[in-house]
Design a protein around this ligand. Structure first.
Ligand SMILES: [Zn+2]
Length: 383
């Protein structure tokens, strides 16, 4: 049962998490805080792994059953202009039943909910049916290095992975994958006073973008996860001098899809860039590398709504919360995409409205934390 004590402790922990800034790559302090909390709540195992993820475990009644993994992350995005915030981004002020602060919904509220759902079991002197692994990882916001490292080192069977990203305590069964692709157009650089001697790659880039705008809706869609989209984001040239024509011009394209392969992307770009000397690299968040292998499908994760695990989890969440969660998809990408190789159904569920994520005056309601605790507890107790 979720008692008033547990809800209060969860709210307090959410505040302390918000008060501990943890930009991607700077998660050391918050990892220690989460580790300490898990230790003081008497989890059976608590470690910080070599990449900085906090991994904790509560033993189940039958330790031979495949584990439940509850995953979330330690980092948040930049709070941006402090003037846009009504109270400090790291103050964790409570007003009108909401906690305000960077990370309230993405991701401190969900972290506290997962930790305190486990604490509720421990406090009640209960064991889950199977082992529960709490995997709280680094660098989710910048490509998922923590989740990738964690998934590579899993050496035990897993029956269910719950992704704690804000779903308003509804169920998200997947999302599209991301491919960020750099397209570079090459030309010849000269003094800007003699443009006739140049081969200025800005014109190739401009033509390419005009063609892209016309053809962007031609990419195929996925029956559940929707349309393939592409957005040009950052544009760069090789020179910082205003009186030099560039030798190359580059655009970053952000593809979101569950329906195209690398080869489809390469062919699509080749058609749009026809006639121009260009190169395509995949910027995977770490470094630009060739888009390989060509047959690889761009996908996030996609758990079927009729999968027996999905049906059971929805049933348990309904019992726990006293209402049926809406079953849908994430609009954004999560670390779930790095866990598809583990073979377990992946289900997103956590308090917090996804519209709050990455905004000024981000907040989460205290009621949502309490409801999220009830939902998680029902799954951890009975799955
Ligand atoms: Zn997040």
């Amino acid at each position: 049962m979720i008692t008033g004590n547990i809800i209060e402790a969860c709210i307090d922990f959410t505040q302390r998490l918000i008060q501990t800034p943890s930009m991607s790559g700077e998660e050391g302090t918050i990892a220690k805080l989460v580790e300490q909390e898990c230790r003081s709540l008497n989890f059976d195992e608590v470690t910080i792994d070599p990449i900085g993820n906090v991994i904790a475990r509560l033993y189940g009644q039958d330790r031979s059953l495949p584990a439940i993994v509850i995953n979330t992350h330690l980092d948040h995005v930049d709070p941006g202009d402090p003037k846009l915030w009504h109270s400090g981004a790291f103050e964790a002020a409570i007003r009108d039943g909401r906690i305000y602060g960077r990370g309230a919904a993405d991701i401190k509220g969900p972290v506290a909910t997962q930790v305190y759902a486990l604490a509720a079991l421990i406090q009640a002197g209960q064991r889950p049916k199977r082992d529960v692994v709490f995997s709280c990882v680094t660098e989710e916001e910048i490509g998922g290095a923590g989740a990738i490292y964690w998934a590579e080192h899993v050496d035990y069977p897993i029956g269910l992975i719950m992704i704690g990203e804000p779903t308003s305590n509804n169920v998200a069964l997947g999302h599209r994958g991301i491919r960020q692709v750099q397209v570079t157009f090459f030309g010849r650089s000269v003094h800007a006073s003699v443009p006739h001697k140049a081969d200025n790659p800005n014109y190739a880039l401009g033509t390419f973008l005009t063609r892209l705008q016309k053809r962007q809706h031609d990419l195929p869609e996925h029956p559940r996860l929707g349309a393939t989209t592409v957005s040009p984001t950052i544009i760069e040239v090789d020179t910082t001098s205003r009186n030099v024509t560039p030798a190359w011009a580059r655009v970053n394209l952000d593809f979101r899809s569950a329906a195209v392969t690398h080869a489809d992307i390469i062919n699509f770009i080749a058609e749009l860039a026809e006639g121009f000397n260009h190169q395509v690299l995949w910027a995977n968040g770490f470094e630009a590398i060739p888009l390989d292998p060509p047959e690889q499908l761009v996908t996030g994760f996609d758990t079927h709504p009729d999968d027996p695990v999905t049906v059971r989890v929805v049933e348990l969440l309904t019992e726990g919360m006293g209402r049926a969660p809406v079953v849908g998809q994430f609009a954004f990408a999560t670390d779930g995409r790095h866990m598809t190789g583990l073979g377990a159904p992946i289900i997103g569920f956590a308090p917090g409205d996804e519209k709050e994520a990455h905004t000024a005056n981000e907040s989460i309601t205290l009621d949502a934390l309490a409801e999220g605790l009830r939902g998680y507890l029902a799954v951890l107790q009975n799955f």
